[in-house]
Ligand binder design. Structure first.
Ligand code: DGL
Length: 262
């Protein structure tokens, strides 16, 4: 029961999900992996993404996690089904499938969906929404520079603003809500709000955290010990780059350790 939850992403983006997990499940211990040496994931093939995800899941299972959260839209779209088939005894939660619930009360509005190239190509989120709401009005677009910019901590820089303007200016006035289909993108909402004023931003993290809480509750896996849990952070790239950006996102000390995947 008091085993940790494993959470992974290509880098710091999944920490937006950790933020929501800490809110919904304050007693749970989290082991986080940011695969920064191989980021960004958005331009990789489904096969490579599955290979990387398998390596990370193996690492997390060796740490005795009781559940795994794919805090990444890209692996949620491409690797989740294979991972759950291969690990039937471990609850796994992705960000795309629970995210459909986040759009429920916006289903009659003009929606935009932005994510990585791999996620947009896969089209899973738009397909699930169309199944749930056949008349839905949604357009999708890949914004491949956003994740690397967020990875470098460029949350509100001029270069990020330029990229947002370039990618999204033609949607100004044409959408009411924008679904952030990559977990790095909630880090850029200041800039996105300048480029798309009066647009409501939909973050997938909250529904993902709720789904994780539900799966733990159903499985009798909730942590019953009290006291602040100790989290662990691993980065496959430079931990000294990952750590300070993680601290900025989570607002708590995040000393990361180095992990090597081969
Ligand atoms: N944060 C990830 C996602 O949600 C990956 C972004 C990337 O590495 O390209 O898709």
């Amino acid at each position: 029961m008091n085993r940790p939850i494993g959470v992974f992403d290509s880098g710091v983006g999944g920490l937006t999900v950790v933020r929501a997990l800490r809110e919904h499940l304050p007693n749970e211990r989290i082991i986080y992996v940011g695969d920064t040496a191989r980021a960004p994931y958005g331009g990789l093939s489904a096969e490579t993404l599955l290979t990387y995800s398998r390596q990370i899941v193996r690492f997390l299972l060796n740490k005795d996690v009781k559940a795994v959260v794919l805090a990444c839209g890209t692996t949620s779209s491409t690797a989740y089904e294979a991972l759950i088939a291969e690990n039937p005894d471990i609850p796994m939660v992705d960000v795309i499938r629970p995210g459909v619930a986040a759009v429920e009360r916006l289903a009659n509005q003009r929606l935009g969906f932005i994510a990585t190239v791999a996620t947009v190509r896969k089209g899973l989120f738009a397909r699930l929404l169309r199944e749930a709401y056949p008349d839905i009005n949604i357009k999708s677009r890949a914004c491949p520079l956003f994740a690397p910019m967020a990875e470098w901590g460029l949350f509100a820089s001029a270069v990020t603003r330029w990229a947002a303007e370039t990618y999204l200016r033609d949607w100004r006035g044409n959408i009411d809500a924008l679904v952030l289909g990559c977990t790095h993108y909630p880090l850029l909402t200041d800039v996105l709000g300048e480029v798309l004023p009066n647009v409501y931003f939909v973050d997938l993290a909250d529904e993902t955290a709720k789904k994780t809480a539900e799966r733990l509750r159903e499985g009798g896996l909730l942590n019953d010990s009290s006291g602040p849990p100790l989290h662990e952070y691993y980065a496959s790239g430079k931990p000294e780059i990952f750590g300070p950006i993680a601290e900025k996102i989570l607002g708590i000390p995040c000393k990361a350790s180095k992990i090597n995947f081969k």
